[in-house]
Design a protein around this ligand. Structure first.
Ligand code: SF4
Length: 368
C-alpha cells in the first residue's frame, strides 16, 4: 500500500523525495503508470508547462482550449497540468462524476490573486454609487471562479486573450461603461486597439481608498481597469524591444497582450498564446522572432521550428514560477493516488458558483 499523504490538507506537500526516486526514475515510473491507467486518466498540459510535464500530456493548449477539450473527455480523472483557475474552469465544464486534479495545489496565478471577490464587490458598490450609467463587467478568464460568478450575476461576460476585442465590443453595446479585471494591460491594449483613447480609461487600485478614484472620475470614464497584471509578461520592457530592433531590424518582435502598453505599441505584433504559435508556425523558413511570452513556450517553439530563429525578447528568465510548480514527481504522485483509489488535490467548484460562472462562460461563447 502506498502511503502518499497523511490527509487532503497535506496533499500538496512534496513526498516523493529525491532520495526515494531520482528525476530519471520518476519519468520511467510515470511512463509505466500512465499506460496502466490510460482508460481512466487524461492529462492536460498548458503551453507554459515544462517539457518533462508536456511529454506526458495527452492534450496541450491554452487555458480555454484545454477546458473545452476537457468537456469532451469521458474518462473519470483529468489531471490538469496548469494553474488553479484553469483547473476550476475545467471542473465547471466537466461532468459531476469526473474529477479534476491539480498536481500541486500551490500552482496559483499571481494575476488571478490580484482580484478577490470581496474587493470586486466593494468596488462595484462604489461604482454604482458614482454613476447611474450602466457598467458591464468583463473578466479575463485568468481569475478565480468566484469572479467568473460575479460577472455571471451582473450581466457581464468572461473573455480570453483571443476574443477580448469581440467581448469588449459586445459589453459596450450592453452598457455605456466597462469594468475590466483582473489584467489592466489586456484591458488597456485591447480598448486602445478598438479606438478608445487612454484619456477615457482609469485604473481602480483595490489597495487604495475607493480604488484611488473619485466618483467624478468613475462617472467620466468609459473604461475602468482593475490594477492587476501578470508578473511574467509585465517583465518585458520597451528598452528590450528597442534594443532588439536596433540589433537586428529583420527580427519580428511579437508579444502577448498581457505586456504593458509601451511594449505592445512598440512591438511589431501582439496576440494570444495561440496567435503567437500560429504566426510562427505559418511564417516562412528563415524568419526571425523575438517573443515576449513565457520562456517554456518560447524554448519549445525554437525546438519545434529549427529552420527559424526564435528567441526570448528578454535576456532574463521569463518563467511562470507557479506553472513551474507542477513537476513530474507531483504528476506521478497524482497517478499513484488514483491507482490506490485515493485521489488527491481534487479541484471542485461549488454548485452555485459554478452555475453563475457557466452563465458568464455561455455569454462569451454566444457572442459572435
Ligand atoms: S503566466 Fe502570468 S497570467 Fe499566466 S499563469 Fe503565470 S502568472 Fe498567471
Amino acid at each position: 500500500m502506498l502511503d502518499l499523504f497523511d490527509n487532503q490538507e497535506d496533499a500538496h506537500r512534496p513526498i516523493i523525495s529525491e532520495e526515494e526516486l531520482s528525476d530519471a526514475d520518476v519519468l520511467i515510473e510515470l511512463k509505466k503508470i500512465k499506460e496502466e491507467l490510460k482508460d481512466q486518466v487524461v492529462v492536460l498540459g498548458h503551453h507554459y508547462q515544462q517539457d518533462d510535464v508536456i511529454a506526458f500530456a495527452d492534450i496541450t493548449g491554452d487555458s480555454l482550449q484545454l477546458a473545452r477539450e476537457a468537456a469532451r473527455i469521458d474518462k473519470p480523472y483529468i489531471i490538469f497540468c496548469g494553474v488553479h483557475f484553469m483547473a476550476e474552469t475545467t471542473d465547471m465544464l466537466t461532468k459531476p462524476n469526473q474529477k479534476v486534479i491539480l498536481p500541486d495545489l500551490r500552482a496559483g496565478c499571481s494575476m488571478a490573486d490580484m482580484a478577490k471577490r470581496s474587493e470586486i464587490d466593494k468596488a462595484w458598490t462604489f461604482m454604482q454609487k458614482s454613476t447611474n450609467e450602466k457598467i458591464i463587467p468583463v473578466t479575463y478568464i485568468n481569475c478565480a471562479a468566484t469572479l467568473k460568478a460575479f460577472v455571471g450575476e451582473n450581466e457581464g461576460s468572461i473573455c480570453t486573450s483571443s476574443n477580448a476585442e469581440k467581448i469588449i465590443g459586445w459589453a459596450l453595446k450592453q452598457g455605456t461603461k466597462l469594468l475590466f479585471f483582473p489584467d489592466q494591460h489586456l484591458g488597456r491594449n485591447t480598448c486602445f486597439k478598438m479606438g478608445i483613447p487612454l484619456a477615457d480609461m482609469v485604473v481602480y487600485n483595490p489597495n487604495k481608498l475607493n480604488g484611488g478614484l473619485t466618483s467624478e472620475q468613475i462617472h467620466k470614464a468609459k473604461v475602468i481597469l482593475w490594477y492587476g497584471f501578470c508578473s511574467v509578461h509585465q517583465g518585458f520592457t520597451l528598452e528590450q524591444v528597442l534594443a532588439t530592433k536596433k540589433r537586428d531590424p529583420e527580427m519580428t518582435v511579437i508579444v502577448h497582450p498581457e505586456c504593458n502598453f509601451e511594449v505592445t505599441q512598440a512591438a511589431d505584433d501582439n496576440g494570444s498564446t495561440s496567435y503567437i504559435i500560429e504566426k510562427i508556425a505559418q511564417s516562412k523558413a528563415g524568419s526571425k522572432f523575438a517573443v515576449g511570452t513565457e520562456i517554456n513556450l518560447v524554448n519549445r517553439l525554437a525546438h519545434e521550428f529549427p529552420d527559424k530563429t526564435i528567441v526570448s525578447l528578454s535576456p532574463y528568465q521569463c518563467l511562470c514560477t507557479t506553472m513551474y510548480r507542477v513537476r513530474p514527481r507531483w504528476l506521478l504522485a497524482s497517478f499513484r493516488a488514483i491507482k490506490e483509489n485515493k485521489p488527491i488535490n481534487i479541484i471542485s467548484v461549488s454548485e452555485d458558483i459554478a452555475q453563475s460562472s457557466i452563465k458568464a462562460l455561455n455569454r462569451m461563447l454566444d457572442v459572435k
